[in-house]
Ligand binder design. Sequence first.
Ligand code: SAM
Length: 223
Amino acid sequence: SDHALNYPASPQGFDWAALFPSYATSGKTPEFADVGCGFGGLLIALAPLFPDTLMLGMEIRVQVSQYVQDRIAALRATPASSTSHHFQNVSIVRANSMKFTPNYFPKHSLSALFFLFPDPHFKSRKHKARIISPTLLAEYAYVLRPGGIVYTITDVRDLHEWMKAHLDAFPLFEYVSEEVLRAEGKGAILDAVYSSTEEGKKVERNQGDKWLACFRRIEIPRL
Ligand code: SAM
């Protein structure tokens, strides 16, 4: 249960230096959050592309989060000459993001929030377990800065419609098309969203569809 997990009481009290030792004196907190990061493919792909941006994955499964932690430790230990990047800007916590997102991230600290191939929870009575819901959207809006982007992608069309409908209905989020994001220079992020994660690669192998929906956190609520 969650009692077995150590949660920070607030982001201010959190020991970010333990996760990002190279940035211990920088005062930085993560700007990118990958919710339900699985085996960490997105984080590993983005880390070298945004070398000064701190990124945090959240993953609830013990073994999977441990695997990602080991993977990052190994990359950090690899001489920079062979990878050309140090991976000091990427880290992971084992956490239930549905309960504790605001414990980790300060208000308006995130510029990107990723929900990549989340668990679909097909049955109606399980919909409340979905990682996007009106209550959780209020939390995501709190941690995202105005202008920040929520990226969602799934191979399950029903889940895509669900996530899109909830985000559409929430006054602090505004739909933004893939074309607009690419024109803004976010193409590399979108490419990683589509195909850097383990689940994304699996969908590709099975020639499944991928449904993308992105939303911008806006400053003034929509009417
Ligand atoms: N995003 C990854 C990818 O694209 O490969 C993983 C996708 S996998 C289908 C969904 C992941 O979300 C699983 O690893 C699961 O353990 C994790 N997860 C589910 N609920 C979670 C929660 N409340 N908090 C954190 N992680 C969660």
